[in-house]
Design a protein around this ligand. Structure first.
Ligand SMILES: Nc1nc2c(ncn2[C@@H]2O[C@H](COP(=O)(O)OP(=O)(O)OP(=O)(O)O)[C@@H](O)[C@H]2O)c(=O)[nH]1
Ligand SMILES: [Mg+2]
Length: 240
């Protein structure tokens, strides 16, 4: 997939603030500090479109990034961050769950779940993945910060993550590094595959909106044809 353009469209906390274009969405979930905002910047070839932080808990709301004018990458707050009050934790979890629940049916084409390649998935990660699976959403696992371990360790770590999350064979897991920009093409390919039909639907509906309906289109074609027929015939060259 080629990224032609990308912009931050809206920041939201509740459903009535989400975009209403009907374009398909790909959401990024995972623990706080795992690299959700960083992967979005890397995929979109931007430095700080999504805000990245040294301290966990940087993203506290939902950020929608419109890409190629036809789909969204959605940056969600992280879960599992210990250093916040109970109320704050509950509020963030509520923001994440409300988003997934309300978009699962008509908008969400793929949930990209991020886990740090160096660690076994946490209890929160296991619950989140079961939750995604339970709702029948398509998921892709991305193991972040792959630059922090040696190449020989990568497969060992991927196998462990696969085992702990009890991934079925159909669920892919991709090692990724925002630092080295590795894994980018593979993730973009999965995003593109997940939206194959969705982007055709979106293109169709925008054509429908611009033409109102087939009848109007037919009338325009007919008017064009008549206009062409009524063109005055070219004057014959005057006889010598
Ligand atoms: N070495 C390395 N560091 C990374 C990578 N991805 C992210 N980081 C760093 O990890 C920290 C957190 O990254 P973010 O992208 O803000 O993480 P997040 O998941 O969006 O965090 P929250 O918004 O708090 O949920 C930052 O200091 C990043 O620079 C990576 O692939 N490699
Ligand atoms: Mg973030």
């Amino acid at each position: 997939m080629i990224i032609k353009n990308a912009e931050h469209e809206i920041t939201a906390v509740k459903p009535n603030q989400y975009p209403v274009t009907g374009f398909p969405e790909v959401a990024f979930v995972g623990r706080s500090n795992v690299g959700k905002s960083s992967i979005i910047n890397t995929l979109l070839n931007r430095k700080n479109l999504a805000r990245v932080g040294q301290t966990p808990g940087k993203t506290r709301q939902i950020n929608f990034f419109i890409v190629n004018n036809n789909f969204y990458l959605v940056d969600l707050p992280g879960y599992g961050f210990a250093n916040v009050s109970k109320e704050m934790k509950a509020s963030w979890e509520n923001i994440i769950e409300t988003y997934l629940y309300s978009r699962k049916q008509n908008h969400l084409k793929l949930v990209v779940m991020l886990v740090d390649i160096r660690h076994s998935p946490s209890k929160d990660d296991i619950i989140m993945h079961q939750w995604i699976k339970g709702f029948g959403m398509k998921s892709l696992i991305v193991a972040t910060k792959a630059d922090k371990i040696s190449r020989s360790q990568i497969n060992v770590r991927l196998n462990d993550i696969r085992k702990v999350l009890q991934l079925d064979k159909a669920t892919k897991i991709i090692p990724f590094s925002s630092e080295k920009r590795t894994g980018k093409d593979e993730v973009l390919e999965e995003i593109s595959l997940s939206m194959g039909e969705a982007s055709i639907e979106a293109a169709e509906s925008s054509r429908r909106i611009s033409c109102q309906d087939e009848k109007e289109l037919d009338e325009l074609v007919e008017l064009d044809r008549l206009g062409e027929e009524e063109e005055p015939e070219e004057l014959a060259e005057p006889a010598e």
